[in-house]
Design a protein around this ligand. Sequence first.
Ligand SMILES: Cc1cc2nc3c(=O)[nH]c(=O)nc-3n(C[C@H](O)[C@H](O)[C@H](O)COP(=O)(O)OP(=O)(O)OC[C@H]3O[C@@H](n4cnc5c(N)ncnc54)[C@H](O)[C@@H]3O)c2cc1C
Length: 389
Amino acid sequence: MNFELTEEQKLFADSVRRFALAHLEKDALKRAHTSRYPFEVAQLMAGQGLMGITIPEADGGVGGTLMDAVIAIEQVAAVCPRSADVVQFGNFGPIRAFAEHGTAQQKARWLPDLLSGRMVMSLGMSEPGAGSAVTDLVTSAKPDGSHYVINGSKVFSTFSPDAAIFLIYVRYGPGLSGIGSVIVERDTPGFNIGQPSAFMSGEQWCELHFDKCRIPAENILLGPGGFKKQMSSFNVERIGNATRSLAFGRYAYNTAREHAMTREQFGRPLCEFQGLQWKFAEMAIKLEAAQLLLYRAATNADRGLPSAYETAVAKAACNVTGFEVASEALQTMGATGYSRETLVEYCMRRCRGWMIAGGSVEILKNRIAEHIFDRRFDQRPSRKAEAAE
Ligand SMILES: Cc1cc2nc3c(=O)[nH]c(=O)nc-3n(C[C@H](O)[C@H](O)[C@H](O)COP(=O)(O)OP(=O)(O)OC[C@H]3O[C@@H](n4cnc5c(N)ncnc54)[C@H](O)[C@@H]3O)c2cc1C
């Protein structure tokens, strides 16, 4: 067992760090407070080989490992937290499921623009009536000659104001086996995108409405029965989400550490007060522990797809750690931490969202409990009880 990065991984981390310091550090504060997708950063990253890290070279990607992509997020986030979203959307987000399951024709059509940073893809999974219970989704796809007709609505899709294409979870028929996914282009007739709303983090999302929206059959990504495949690719998205949580917590911690060494009160630096030393010690323990869980899930990923259990453990640990550490870091900086002059408050707000997005901490704990007891716990009311009423 080795807890160190390999020489190759260290070299890669150094090169990403140098790139980030040279190109992303200057406007890090401004970028964090801009809600739109930073296409200029995406194009810079494409030039640096940071888009499609885990996508095969044959598809225009880099052909690297999931761990390489994790390292890229960590190094970028350490310099410019907001830019880590680009690493996410260029590697871990809907693009990963698309590259995994897309046909040669679909990939030839959209991957070049996605990997060059000229285009971003948004994920439409959640619906007004289907959040944690995602399999309750009702957005339907019905065949009609050479087309499919989509009807329904989606909510909370990140970067929907900027996306040119959308990966939409749909229902072809009843039950779990009726779920799959399609690609919808922004300007398709019958696809209406609502006005942007904002999350607490400042990120924007729009309601997506499909009203007799006709898409060609070539835009089917996964047909009926595709849900399980979709979810195994979604575990990659969860790793990216976990990595950003941890990296943002670490960014806040490092900023607070510098502050505690330089800010003086009562005639001595803050780091000399034991009450604060213990806060930092606790933050360090949490960060180190969550990092090992994250690296385990990413390193053990088979064919780039991590195990559902290891992903759930890593994401729950990183989500909670990122938020708790960012919040404690803010506390140790007083009003400076609470102010928008540093990115500590931003890191805390972003980390809070990841405790909900991509499988909330509670839903992950349900998954972990199933592993512990080696049985499935149906979250729905029992049919027997319903029948007796
Ligand atoms: C920052 C952010 C970005 C997002 N980006 C996207 C995106 O790009 N695309 C997209 O489709 N969606 C996106 N979402 C939506 C996200 O997937 C949902 O918010 C999530 O699935 C939870 O659904 P919900 O918000 O409807 O909460 P609900 O499902 O209504 O849950 C409410 C609360 O109840 C808890 N809960 C629910 N069921 C159980 C249970 N069985 N056991 C224990 N606790 C339970 C939940 O954990 C939560 O705390 C995003 C959300 C956030 C916050």
